[in-house]
Each structure stands twice: as structure tokens, then as C-alpha cells.
Design a protein around this ligand. Structure first.
Ligand code: CAA
Ligand code: NAD
Length: 296
């Protein structure tokens, strides 16, 4: 199948999970002209998803339509008009060419969701996960469509970050993979091809770096603030490791390290962080809960 045919196949996308990532993925997908069904557990969460998309689009429109506020309003209305909200994933997938899962970083919960969706989604619908750390194959085996399964790993904040990691498992067909690359190009991202290895490309390097920064803090080598300043001014990173961990979400960071330390107990750099676990237990999840390593 030619890639242009593949792109036409994806006119509607169902995104499951309307948190930090799912809202951003919904925004860029609708901006690219596709219809979006955004699914989460309840109406209150979906209301928050809708308002975070609205706020993010206002930031985009302020720049893009700086001398034409009416045009900016129309731009936002057109995009939000393509997004529907739902608490019923089985119903939402009925006419979608692509499903992107962005729910909590937990294998059993993801498997349960995909197993249910596999029974009701059209046969040709492609299934993908935005997981940060779980092997795509481990999620895909909960379905009968390993050939139409892959990973689409976006970066936070989705509207700003230009990269999309596209992951294939051995069973992913070229047709499926090309459709995922086409989708990535359609939403304006630069894609890189990844195998199903732990953390793919970016997180394999980034997560151990952030975990080591926490270990530096635990050892008393330097303060969080000084480590952040050092990495911004000395290494050119836009955020220091503690700012970034708070931005990603300490619960997500904890789930990643928990999974890796269980699956790869001999890999030193995948070790869990006691300090991070303690912060999560105290409800300090980072920016999304108003406090993490820092207070917001
Ligand atoms: N939506 C729309 N526009 C946004 C935005 C958003 N969510 N966030 C930032 N912007 C735009 C706005 O235009 C903003 O200007 P206004 O404030 O006037 O609206 C402009 O970007 C600049 O933003 P800021 O002044 O807030 O700050 P900044 O210049 O530092 O940029 C940043 C923000 C892009 C987030 C930058 O700090 C950055 O790149 N940080 C690192 C992010 C990163 O590394 N992400 C990867 C995390 S790892 C991951 O995602 C994978 C995983 O699996 C865990
Ligand atoms: P989040 O906590 O902000 O959002 C997750 C959302 O999923 C919540 O709104 C929750 O209510 C919903 N949810 C949980 N279980 C559900 C279910 N069974 N059905 C429907 N909705 C459900 O998390 P996030 O940061 O958006 O992360 C989502 C996924 O994306 C995770 O797999 C994470 O590893 C990955 N990811 C996160 C980042 C990041 O920087 N935060 C970056 C890339 C990938």
C-alpha cells in the first residue's frame, strides 16, 4: 500500500487517557484536521482535558494570529470542534482508524483496556501505546492484532516537542508502520524509528540521567536547585533534571523505574529512587499536583 493511501485511512483517532499527554495528543491530532475522540474515566477529568486543550490552543493562537484575534478564535473553534469527549472507550473506537492509548503507566491496566477494545474495534483499526517504558509487545499480546500494533511515543509538552518515536514489534507489518509514520508527519512531528527496547531512544538516556540526579541529591552532593542550574547553564538543557521530573510527573517517573528495576534487576542505572517513591506517597506528583521536588 502506498503511504498516501495509508494516510487517508486515518481520518479519525481515538485517544484513551485525557491527562497531560492525551490532551496534547488530541490537540495536535485535531490541529492536523483529523476527528478525535478523547476518552477518560469521568466527565470531571474530561472537563479538565478540554480546558487544558483550550488554554494551550490560546497560547498557540496568540503567536500565530498576533495581529488577527478573530482568525485566532476561528482557528481554536475549528480545532476544538473536531474533538469529542467520551467515557466509553468501546463506543469511541467504532469508527476510528487509529487508537492511541495514553493512560496510567501500568501494564495490567493497559492490557485490560486493549483486550476489551480488540473485541469491538474494527478489524483494520491500528492500536498504539504512548507508554514511556513498558515493552510494546507486552501490551500488544493482550490483543489478536499484533500485526496492527505499534508504539507512538510523544514528548511533553506535546504541542511544543517536535519528536515522535515510532516503535515496531517484530509482528508490526510495514503497512502498519508506514501508516504510523504518516500519522506522525501529518501531526507535524519528526519521526524516528525505534525497536521495542527499554525506554526506546530518549527515555533510555533521559530517565537514568534524572534518577542519577536524585541520587546526587540523596547523597548530599548538591542541592536540587544547584543541580538544575548546573545542567541548564552547563549542559544547555532547557530544564534541569528536577524541574523536568516535576514536569513529567513523579508518579510516572516512579512507575517507569519500578517496572525497569523489576524486569532488569541487574541494570544499576534502572534502580528505583527511595526519595522519589516517598514524594509520590506524600502526594507530591510534580506540577500536576502543585508540588513535587518544588512547590508551584
Ligand atoms: N502549549 C502550547 N504552547 C506552549 C506550551 C503548551 N503546553 N508550553 C509552552 N508553549 C509555548 C508558548 O508559546 C510559550 O509562550 P507563552 O508563554 O507566551 O505562551 C513558549 O512555548 C515558551 O514557553 P515558556 O516561556 O513557558 O518556557 P520555555 O521557553 O522554557 O519552553 C518548554 C517551555 C518547551 C517546555 C521547554 O522548557 C522545554 O523544552 N523543556 C524540556 C521539555 C522536555 O524535555 N520534555 C521531554 C520530557 S520526557 C518525555 O516527555 C518522555 C517520557 O516518556 C517521560
Ligand atoms: P496522566 O496521569 O496525566 O494522565 C493519565 C490519564 O489516564 C488520567 O486522566 C486518568 O484518569 C486516565 N486513565 C487511567 N486509566 C484509564 C482507563 N482505564 N481508561 C481511561 N482513562 C484512564 O499521565 P500522562 O503523563 O498523560 O501519561 C500517560 C501515558 O503517557 C503513560 O503511559 C506515560 O508513561 C506516558 N508518557 C508520559 C509522559 C510525560 O511526560 N508525562 C511523556 C511521554 C509518555
Amino acid at each position: 500500500m502506498s503511504t498516501s493511501i495509508a494516510r487517508h485511512a486515518i481520518k479519525e483517532v481515538t485517544i484513551i487517557g485525557g491527562g497531560l499527554m492525551g490532551s496534547g495528543i488530541a490537540q495536535v491530532t485535531a490541529t492536523a484536521g483529523m476527528k478525535v475522540n478523547l476518552v477518560d474515566m469521568n466527565e470531571d477529568i474530561l472537563k479538565k482535558s478540554g480546558s487544558s486543550i483550550q488554554k494551550s490552543l490560546e497560547r498557540v493562537a496568540k503567536k500565530k494570529f498576533s495581529d488577527n484575534p478573530e482568525g485566532g478564535k476561528q482557528f481554536i473553534d475549528d480545532i476544538t470542534g473536531r474533538i469529542s469527549f467520551s467515557c466509553n472507550p468501546e463506543e469511541a473506537v467504532q469508527s476510528s482508524g487509529l487508537v492511541i492509548e495514553a493512560i496510567v503507566e501500568n501494564l495490567e491496566v493497559k492490557q485490560k483496556l486493549f483486550s476489551a477494545l480488540d473485541k469491538v474495534a474494527p478489524k483494520e483499526t491500528l492500536f498504539t501505546s504512548n507508554t514511556s517504558s513498558i515493552p510494546i509487545k507486552d501490551i500488544a499480546v493482550s490483543t489478536q492484532r499484533l500485526d496492527r500494533f505499534g508504539g507512538l511515543h510523544f514528548f511533553n509538552p506535546v504541542p511544543m516537542m517536535k519528536l515522535l518515536e515510532v516503535i515496531r514489534i517484530p509482528e508490526t507489518t510495514d503497512e502498519t508502520f508506514n501508516s504510523l509514520l504518516e500519522y506522525g508527519a501529518a501531526v507535524g512531528k519528526t519521526t524516528v524509528n525505534c525497536k521495542d527496547t527499554p525506554g526506546f531512544i530518549v527515555n533510555r538516556l533521559l530517565v537514568p540521567y534524572m534518577a542519577e540526579a536524585v541520587r546526587m541529591l540523596e547523597r548530599g552532593d548538591a542541592s536540587a536547585k544547584d543541580i538544575d542550574i548546573a545542567m541548564k547553564l552547563g549542559a544547555g538543557y532547557p530544564m534541569g533534571p528536577f524541574e523536568l521530573a516535576d514536569y513529567v510527573g513523579l508518579d510516572t517517573m516512579k512507575f517507569i523505574l519500578e517496572g525497569w528495576s523489576k524486569n532488569y534487576p541487574d541494570v544499576e542505572i534502572f534502580k528505583q529512587s527511595e526519595m522519589m517513591n516517598k514524594l509520590v506517597a506524600e502526594g507530591r506528583l510534580g506540577r500536576k499536583s502543585g508540588k513535587g521536588f518544588y512547590d508551584y
